[in-house]
Design a protein around this ligand. Structure first.
Ligand code: KG4
Ligand code: ZN
Length: 348
């Protein structure tokens, strides 16, 4: 990625965003004046649900099938054609390399053929900003805020100073929170994705098991969920596998994850004297997490924000919006850039 002198923001009226990092094929058009004009998501969840997780080869092939119709639909709903688009942004990583490569080569080609600026976007960074994709601007946070990104591939805490300046203060040492939901669901015999399944089961159960919460004294803003996963597995070996017991384990597991996410985010806000907390990523759709974070924030005089539900899981609206913020700050991708599977130390 190169940094060129910041441009006149008015140069970018319509940004096309493309997202294929995992099992959602998505395209969106964002306009700084009008907001999100279209956001089309084709989810492959049903294709992968029987496997307990995403099968990379299937994901890539389905992206190949869907990427063009999904993009055409996003343009059609916007009432625009490619001639109206001023820039193209695309998820570059982290994610499944084969899946990312489909969107990346597609988006890069659209940009090259139409002589448009092209910007690769870090997927985690786009989740971090997804809270701004709201119809009601009064509900948008002010900077600085503590950002907690909780997805299937990522669990980290950030201090976010503005749209492009942020610092990571903690990350998971092993599984991401969403990954823990998916793995525990598999252990409990539930389908992929595990988050929505576990929260549904948890509603019918009671949080009666005291499962471990990894506090990690030396690095208090890091996370660890692998011990919790093992504890669920050991518990299930000891217990009868009745429906009620599965409900109770689901409720106890969800509570353990939610407790630790809330505790660390609130502690970070207190330590750095920051008065706002923002959650994002697929797990931020979890109602128990939203409720508890909201309660804890109120008790501690902190403002709490979460994205609209449609922007918690993977979508291209966040890619278009993040791409726009990078472009107006002078970032642009080179034509020979590749995708990447893991997060680098910094998003850009
Ligand atoms: O952000 P996302 O769509 O993809 C990644 O970037 O990873 O997150 C997907 C993750 C999955 O692990 C899924 O189980 C989890 O988000 N998830 C949830 C809920 N909805 C989705 N986890 C807990 N509760 C939910 N309601
Ligand atoms: Zn994601």
């Amino acid at each position: 990625m190169e940094i060129i002198p910041p441009v006149n923001q008015n140069e970018y009226n319509y940004i096309l965003g493309i997202e294929t990092s995992c099992d959602e094929t998505a395209a969106s058009v964002f306009s700084p004046g009008k907001g999100i004009i279209s956001s089309i998501i084709s989810s492959q969840v049903e294709l992968h649900s029987g496997f307990g997780g995403v099968v990379p080869e299937i994901a890539s092939r389905k992206h190949l099938e869907y990427i063009l119709p999904v993009t055409l639909e996003a343009l059609q709903i916007s009432g625009l054609t490619l001639k109206d688009i001023d820039a193209v942004s695309c998820a570059q990583g982290p994610g499944l390399v084969g899946a990312l490569a489909v969107g990346w080569s597609f988006a890069k080609t659209i940009a090259a053929v139409n002589n448009l600026p092209f910007i690769g976007v870090n997927h985690t960074y786009s989740h971090l900003l997804s809270v701004f994709l709201k119809n009601n601007r009064d509900k948008a946070p002010d900077f600085p805020f503590i950002g907690l990104v909780v997805s299937g591939g990522h669990t980290s805490l950030y201090i976010v100073d503005d749209f492009i300046n942020y610092k990571e203060i903690g990350r998971t040492r092993d599984d991401a929170a969403g990954e823990a939901f998916d793995k525990v669901a598999k252990i409990l015999g539930l389908s992929y994705p595990g988050g929505p399944q576990i929260s549904k089961y948890a509603l019918k159960g009671k949080s009666v098991y005291n499962l471990p919460r990894a506090r990690l004294i030396d690095t208090p803003f890091d996370f660890s969920f692998s011990g919790l996963k093992t504890a669920v597995s050991n518990l299930l070996k000891k217990e009868e596998k009745t429906e009620n017991i599965i409900y109770n384990i689901a409720a106890s597991f969800q509570d353990a994850v939610v407790d630790i996410l809330c505790e660390k985010a609130i502690n970070a806000a207190k330590k750095f004297a920051i008065k706002e907390i923002v959650i994002s990523g697929g797990v931020s759709a979890n109602k128990k997490l939203r409720e508890k974070m909201d309660n804890q924030c109120k008790k501690n005089d902190i403002l709490f924000y979460a994205p609209d539900f449609q922007y918690c899981s993977d979508n291209a609206a966040m890619t278009a919006f993040a791409g726009y913020n990078l472009l107006i700050n002078g970032f642009i991708s080179n034509q020979d850039e590749d995708v990447y599977s893991r997060n680098k130390n910094h998003f850009f």
